[in-house]
Design a protein around this ligand. Structure first.
Ligand code: BG6
Length: 490
């Protein structure tokens, strides 16, 4: 209602995520008219800063994403006027009580809904939750919600401990665990593709699908983030959350409805049907330095914040299996790596051979190349394409592979929103569909915890791959063991 107000406090306001993602996403929502009439954005961090300094800092990363032709400096100014700064310690109830006072002034006696975005390191996380909930939560009938970013622990036990501590201060309903991959346009579209097109869902099983590949690559290393990354590694950073979330949406059964609880129930079910990952089904890699065109790209261990003898994987490939009627025996292969030759996230679905294919002889000996493949390119250059066999026009009978291609940039003129825009809006509106429930988190950790422990106990040495390459060769052997060829390698 018009007498409600939303106060959004970005805790850790001077951090990278806040600057690069959260403030720009809030501005985009403001620009699109998605924020309520009365709102306040408050940056909270330890360093001393004035409102003007915060505004200046924030203004540097705001862009006119929505309409590039328009000069949106006026809108930016209006937005920045609603941004304030409050300095305080993350573990001080007194400082949060002072924040509460400031927020109240801005709220002007209206019902206050309060959203806290915790963009701070895990070791100070619980303290901040405690202080926010005890000293700065909405006191007058509005809601209080907290968005939390991973890492949600580093294995089953630490994650469960974190959940227990969180629940001392917040109900599950108030906790919004973000996995920003769920906010990506093509990940949201997965369910539309499957459940509203007759031609996909009937094929969505072991009967027609040979394997599914979830691929994440970045063409830059951990430069600057080594301190965080070294304690986690690529399996925890990308696989256990982003890729596994995509897998769950891809493989879940049809939910009863599109309600948050119905969807998350199905995701938990499919995660619980999976076999914990085994060491023999994992390939680990770490990038080493490489000189190309006169430029030397650093090794992972060249990062000053990374111990010289670190074995932390910056690349991993894994084969996972879902032991249910739909997916029995279908390998789900994941591959995630940093400092590779390109930046990409995609889902590849390789279909089976056509039984008794009349055209087999037209494909030569490599029949695997003649199967259909559906590619959902999450980023960059969003696209969905289906590889089909087609007759090359002409008098002869020559076949080739062509794409039925839905290329977003060609089809839609509207810019694709950033994942954080959708997720922030959902959190403000209380829509929980794209946030991770605690039982999902438990199930996700159960799949990876045993192998993560084994990797650390046995001090498994990763395969070293050159910065900017296609990653460890062993990833091919892993795929080959399950008769799979990585689709992204042609
Ligand atoms: C984060 C990881 O969750 O996702 C980073 O911690 C990674 O290591 C990032 O770079 C990738 O996100 P995006 O949206 O840029 O693909």
């Amino acid at each position: 209602g018009s007498e409600c107000t939303v106060s959004i406090t970005v805790v850790g306001a001077s951090g990278d995520l806040a600057k690069k993602k959260i403030f720009p996403a809030l501005f985009a929502l403001y620009y699109e008219g998605c924020l309520p009439k009365h709102f306040t954005i408050c940056g909270y961090a330890r360093s001393k800063m004035t409102d003007a300094e915060l505004r200046n800092m924030v203004s540097k990363t705001l862009t006119c994403r929505i309409d590039k032709r328009e000069n949106c400096s006026e809108k930016m100014d209006q937005f920045l006027k609603r941004c304030f700064y409050h300095s305080g310690q993350y573990d001080s109830q007194e400082n949060f009580a002072a924040l509460d006072k400031t927020l109240k002034e801005h709220e002007g006696g209206r019902t206050s809904n309060r959203l806290f975005y915790l963009s701070i390191p895990p070791n100070i996380f619980i303290d901040a939750v405690k202080c926010a909930s005890l000293s700065a939560s909405s006191g007058n009938g509005g809601w209080t919600r907290v968005i939390v970013e991973k890492p949600f622990g580093r294995d089953s036990d630490s994650s469960a401990a974190l959940t227990t501590s969180l629940k001392q201060y917040l109900t599950e309903d108030q906790i919004f665990r973000i996995d920003h991959y769920l906010g990506k346009e093509l990940v949201e579209n997965l369910s539309v593709l499957r459940f509203s097109n007759l031609i996909f869902e009937p094929l969505w099983s072991r009967q027609y699908i040979r394997n599914v590949q979830l691929i994440f690559s970045e063409d830059f290393g951990t430069e600057g983030r080594g301190g965080y990354f070294d304690n986690y590694g690529i399996i925890r950073d990308i696989m256990q959350n982003h890729l596994l979330q995509i897998l769950a949406l891809f493989a879940m059964e049809t939910p009863v409805s599109l309600d948050a609880e119905d969807i998350r129930n199905e995701k938990v079910k499919v995660l619980r049907s999976m076999r914990p990952l085994k060491l023999e089904d994992v390939v680990l890699g770490q990038y080493k330095n490489h000189t190309r065109g006169g430029v030397t790209y650093p090794a992972y261990i060249d990062d000053k914040t990374v111990p010289k003898d670190s074995l932390t994987p910056t690349f991993a490939a894994a084969a996972l299996f879902i032991d249910n009627a739909r997916w029995d025996g279908v390998p789900f292969l994941m591959k995630a790596g940093k400092a590779l030759h390109n930046k990409r996230a995609e889902i590849r679905v390789q279909f089976r051979h056509v039984p008794g294919n009349l055209y087999n002889r037209n494909f030569g000996t490599d029949l695997d190349r003649a199967t259909n493949e559906l590619v959902i390119r999450v980023q960059p250059d969003e696209a969905i394409y289906l590889k089909i066999n087609n007759k090359v026009p002409g008098l002869g009978m020559k076949l080739d592979r062509s794409n039925l291609n839905l290329h977003y940039a060609a089809r839609y003129s509207k810019e694709i929103p950033d994942a954080y825009e959708r997720l922030l809006l959902d959190a403000i509106e209380g829509e929980r569909r794209l946030f991770i429930r605690s039982d999902e988190l438990d199930a996700a950790w159960s799949l990876f915890t045993p192998v993560l422990n084994e990797i650390e106990e046995k001090k498994i040495i990763p395969e070293y791959y050159p910065y900017g390459s296609r990653g460890p060769v062993c990833a091919h052997y892993l795929a080959a063991r399950y008769n799979v060829r990585w689709g992204d390698l042609g």
